[in-house]
Design a protein around this ligand. Structure first.
Ligand code: C6P
Length: 404
């Protein structure tokens, strides 16, 4: 059982008012809030040991290097990766995906096929389209069904000896669907393809075991799991990371440089050119500690309770349609009410202190599938409460009254 009263005290922002009303923050899928333990880690870093890493012989540099590498180790352990060197620090999921897409430019040929699911965020579509333009490979789409699930039978048919790569998110940010990634991973490996799973929306809400999943690449953004913005990771199996060429050239990613030739550093540094987000990496480690102290299972169970509670309440509202209705869902409710534009609902909710996201959620193909301009999306975190859901539902009813 989570101790909500204590947990909420950890998040200073939850005590503030917006438009004169207590903040109800239901935009956690966009970014999560930051507990004081992580904020204090950031203050401590800049107050006591701010220095560049892997470079200096002096004390501060050593201290910063140790803290940064310890954070990498915590992340490795949390996600159960084989080695710390399989954890590449990036600026987040978008950067991680672009790193892989860029690397595969050297490995693909015209006629190769890459599969992407119909429920992707734009960051898991556009880099692959750019890759196809560069290589002549062809992008094929794993279709979705009306409840927001993927069509796994169709996936089976799409996997052939031409398939070289498969991409899918673990959880759809726009619908909340938990995709059956075990099935996708098995299907990709059967035909010898590599598979990248975008874990931006899953890592904050469930325990991820990379070794058990046997996935080739997995991406995470720290800011969606109580960490700071501008940092995340790419997990890659060592064999794949060794095969991929570096993404960016610069300091730190080299073994030796002459004007004739450069040799590259070992993993993970080969993919970490330049001064990284040192404080961000260390604070990401603190966020992982915070989540583990609560327990990922406890977090997942409680968020499911919030999802069931909110879904029931919303289903009682006339003309409200929920998009994404699979049995396996994360705590995200995406909906529209009659012909009311989602932006209008979101604006009135904001006036009443409730923060939700409205629009296409960087997933326009999903909106096109449902033939809608966008949705209102309420996304919950473990520090939210049922009382906040009551406030949200009352505010929504007021908004509907005003707009009808
Ligand atoms: N989704 C949302 O409101 P970055 O911005 O690199 O940290 O994450 C991109 C990203 C990739 N994949 C998925 C499934 C995502 O949900 C996101 C970010 C936010 O839904 C902001 S658009």
């Amino acid at each position: 059982m989570l101790d909500l009263a204590t947990i909420r005290q950890d998040f200073p922002i939850l005590q503030r008012k917006v438009n004169g009303k207590p903040l109800v923050y239901f935009d956690n899928a966009a970014t999560s809030q930051t507990p004081k333990q992580v904020i204090e880690t950031i203050v401590d870093y800049y107050s006591r040991y701010n220095a560049n890493i892997h470079r200096g012989v002096h004390h501060l540099s050593q201290q910063a290097t140790d803290a940064y590498e310890q954070a990498r180790g915590k992340i490795q352990k949390h996600f159960n990766a084989n080695k710390a060197s399989e954890i590449i620090f990036t600026s987040g999921t978008t950067h991680s995906i672009n790193l892989v897409a860029n690397g595969f430019g050297a490995l693909l040929e015209e006629g190769d096929e890459i599969l992407v699911s119909a429920v992707e965020h734009h960051s898991n579509i556009v880099p692959w389209q750019m890759l196809c333009e560069r290589t002549g490979a062809m992008l094929k789409v794993i279709p979705m069904t009306a409840n927001g699930a993927l069509d796994y039978e169709a996936y089976d048919g799409l996997c052939t000896e031409k398939t070289k790569l498969v991409f899918c998110n673990h959880i759809s940010n726009a619908l909340g669907t938990v995709n059956q990634i075990e099935t996708l991973i098995e299907g990709a490996h059967k035909v010898g393809a590599a598979i990248l799973i975008d874990g931006a929306q899953a890592a904050p809400h469930m325990q991820i075991d990379l070794r058990a999943l046997d996935v080739d690449f997995y991406t995470v953004s720290a800011h969606k799991m109580c960490g700071p913005t501008g940092v995340g990771i790419l997990y890659g199996k060592e064999a794949w990371l060794k095969k991929l060429p570096p993404y960016q050239g610069g300091g730190e990613m080299i073994a030796e440089v002459t004007f004739e030739k450069t040799t590259y550093a070992d993993l993970p540094h080969k993919f970490e050119a330049g001064t990284p987000n040192i404080c961000g990496g260390i604070a990401f480690g603190a966020a992982i500690d915070y989540l583990n102290a609560l327990g990922m299972k406890e977090i997942a169970d409680y968020e499911q309770e919030l999802l069931v509670y909110a879904t029931r309440a919303l289903e009682g509202i006339a003309d409200l349609k929920i998009y994404g209705t699979t049995a396996q869902k994360a705590a995200v409710v995406s909906f529209n009410v009659g012909d009311i534009h989602p932006y209008d609902i979101g604006s009135i909710l904001d006036k009443l202190g409730v923060a939700v996201r409205t629009g296409h959620h960087c997933a326009q193909p999903i909106m096109n599938y449902f033939e809608i301009p966008g949705t209102v999306r309420a996304s919950f975190a473990f520090y939210n409460t049922k009382e906040e859901i009551d406030v949200f539902v009352d505010a929504l009813k007021r908004a509907i009254q005003m707009l009808s």
